[in-house]
Design a protein around this ligand. Structure first.
Ligand code: ZN
Length: 477
């Protein structure tokens, strides 16, 4: 283990992210090795400790994103006007198959750097572009090259989960990853459950169980997955607290009961649900069922890889639902149920808990030292800080992320990434863009920003590997 200099963040307003959502003004945080060693005013620190002035700033835990398709980041902003159907056409049917291992690597490198820059210190890489184990090796290579904490959630949209998970290539790769698994890189399996009554995905769940790794699924996605997938997995006894359901938007109470009963959590990607069309962002209904929430941003093909946007849009969507629901009954909401401190909790501790990482997501002695200092002397938005949770949720942005620590190491300092070769990443991303553009041809490349929806089965089923389609998803009964 390399030597780490102790670090102290002096005099910031600390958001502890505990049950009381404590705010500690004028507080120091001392980091020794990979842990938070002390939290308090005017701390005495070991000789040689690096001092960081956090006065006028907010110190909070590193943010945790539980669902991000990092391999897609080289296509940043390309799909800004897409719907979910257009995304399926581009990635699942037409162009996703063009991605080579080095393209997955380029996307992952950029995504990992982008996350750290925004104070997102842990990311679940929902990596469903792994057409071969070489693609997976490239994904891991990138995740290991950037000093963030990541979880590779292995998936492959080009093949059925019961096929790729059964292959000896995948299983050997998975066992290698599991053996090499450490604090900085975890492993999960990522696939969707279509609701086909013969439940072929059972085999993939069983592989995950044999490997002892969690499963994450896109669940409750209008037009793709519905209650049937959750019911089938639950009836087969395959759901447990490690299961992260992504979106969980278009579902009935029956599914929420099954998720709550088995202790699973939901990763809400509000920006994604709002513009792609998976269903209304479900925080309001998850709250009603006592289901734990974490936040995610899904993909940089549309959205920004920061969780400030996620917190902001989640507050907006939840409150919008609450107001409209009341108005429909002729009533007025006089106090919003969802508060800023709660979304800060979801963006930090909520993600840590979804991953079973109780050592992450809060600022307290003994916790892993994943920390973010929000401070920007050049910004008129940096003062006054009257309501620190509200400031984080509604006022701050990635440019205000002054310092980031991961595992006790400073990875961003004075607004600049440390130990990240951005020019090198840029070259790899440019090579990927160049390759995809020339492979697709200029016309298809341009048309891809607003892809035509072909007359295929896609409106009933985006998955190329199965003919199963459900009329129920589209109310065709
Ligand atoms: Zn997704």
């Amino acid at each position: 283990m390399e030597d780490r200099t102790p670090v102290v963040l002096r005099g910031g307003t600390v958001l502890a992210v505990d049950d009381a959502h404590s705010v500690l003004p004028g507080t120091d945080v001392l980091v020794v090795d990979d842990r938070i060693a002390a939290v308090g005013p005017a701390l005495e620190v070991p000789a040689g400790t690096r001092e960081i002035d956090a006065r006028d700033g907010i110190v909070m835990p590193g943010m945790v994103d539980t669902h991000r398709h990092m391999w897609q980041t080289a296509m940043r902003g390309y799909g800004a006007d897409w719907t979910l159907t257009q995304y399926f056409v581009w990635y699942y049917l037409e162009s996703g198959k063009h991605f080579r291992p080095q393209d997955v690597r380029a996307g992952n490198l950029l995504a990992a750097a982008e996350a750290l820059d925004a104070g997102v210190t842990t990311v679940v890489d929902w990596s469903h572009g792994l057409q071969t184990v070489d693609h997976a090796e490239a994904a891991v290579d990138a995740l290991r090259a950037v000093p963030g904490r990541n979880i590779l959630a292995y998936g492959n949209i080009q093949q059925a989960p019961w096929e790729w998970s059964a292959s000896s290539d995948f299983q050997a790769f998975a066992r290698r990853q599991i053996d090499a698994r450490d604090d900085m890189l975890g492993f999960q399996m990522a696939f969707d459950v279509t609701g086909d009554p013969s439940f072929p995905e059972r085999a993939a769940y069983e592989v995950a169980r044999e490997l002892g790794v969690p499963v994450t699924t896109h669940a409750g996605v209008w037009g793709a997955t519905n209650d049937d997938g959750i019911r089938l997995a639950h009836e087969a006894g395959l759901l447990d607290p490690s299961h992260i359901f992504v979106h969980a938007a278009t579902l009935s109470a029956d599914s929420y009961h099954r998720i709550a009963a088995t202790g699973g959590s939901v990763s809400v990607s509000t920006e994604s649900e709002q513009s792609a069309g998976q269903g209304y962002p479900p925080t309001w209904v998850l709250r009603a069922h006592g289901i734990p929430v974490s936040l995610s941003m899904d993909t940089s093909v549309w959205w920004s890889g920061d969780l400030f946007s996620a917190m902001r849009t989640t507050l907006g969507a939840d409150r919008s639902h609450e107001h409209m629901d009341a108005h429909a009954k002729g009533e007025t909401i006089t106090c919003c149920t969802l508060r800023a401190d709660q979304v800060v909790d979801w963006a930090t501790r909520g993600g840590a808990r979804a991953l079973g990482r109780t050592d992450l997501g809060s600022v307290a002695v003994g916790q892993k030292a994943d920390l973010v200092l929000i401070k920007n002397e050049h910004s008129p938005v940096s003062f006054p800080v009257l309501n620190p949770h509200g400031h984080v949720a509604f006022q701050a942005q990635r440019g205000d992320v002054h310092t980031v620590l991961v595992d006790g190491r400073v990875v961003k300092s004075e607004h600049r990434l440390v130990g990240v070769d951005l020019p090198g990443i840029r070259r790899e991303v440019e090579a990927t863009v160049e390759y995809l553009r020339s492979t697709m041809g200029e016309q298809a490349w341009t048309a891809g920003m607003n892809p035509e929806v072909p007359e295929t089965k896609i409106l009933d089923n985006p998955y190329t590997y199965t003919d199963y389609a459900s009329g129920a998803t589209h109310g065709q009964g």
